[in-house]
Design a binder for this molecule. Structure first.
Ligand code: IDP
Ligand code: MG
Length: 156
């Protein structure tokens, strides 16, 4: 089981897409184990996007991410990190595939609706930036045994 950090960016919140985007993840079978509406500070945006510092789009990215509230989610599932990245689609809305979140809901290359951790290391770091440990809840989902085959050692 993996937990990944998803951010519904300011454009997704302003455009009233919170429910539709979260529904896609719920429909897929990912479990919401953390959720929070918040305003990102420039300092937090800087820590989150540390690896992009110095790139030409960095300043605009920080301005965008701090311009209006975001919804931050912790999503859990087998292979959750890769599954969420696939569901998000390519970085630029202009070439993200139809059927993906970025492909279906946007055209912009910078206002691209959603962030998702891209590796287990990134997920651990990013979950730590946006959630206190006690705000990620390992709750028992009644439907779990129909979402995964639980008859073996690992959910399948
Ligand atoms: P990702 O969000 O698909 O992981 P990254 O390359 O990690 O893409 O870039 C982080 C974010 O920075 C993107 O989601 C997008 O908002 C922004 N970004 C990346 N490249 C560009 C660019 O060339 N122009 C404008 N914004 C960009
Ligand atoms: Mg990235």
């Amino acid at each position: 089981m993996e937990t990944t950090l998803i951010i519904l960016k300011p454009d997704a919140v302003q455009r009233g897409l919170i429910g539709r985007i979260i529904s896609r993840f719920e429909d897929k079978g990912l479990q919401v184990v953390g959720a929070r509406l918040m305003q990102i500070s420039p300092e937090l945006a800087g820590r989150h996007y540390e690896s992009h510092q110095g790139k030409p789009f960095y300043e605009g990215l920080v301005n965008f991410m701090t311009s209006s509230p975001v919804v931050v989610l912790a999503l859990r599932g087998v292979g959750a990190i890769a599954i969420c990245r696939k569901m998000m689609g390519a970085t630029f809305g202009s070439n993200a595939e139809p059927g993906t979140i970025r492909g279906d809901f946007g055209v912009s290359n910078s206002f691209n609706l959603i962030h998702g951790s891209d590796s287990p290391e990134a997920a651990e770091k990013e979950l730590g930036l946006f959630f206190k440990a006690e705000d990620i809840l390992a709750w028992n989902r009644a439907s779990e045994g129909w979402i995964y085959d639980l008859s073996g050692d690992e959910p399948e």
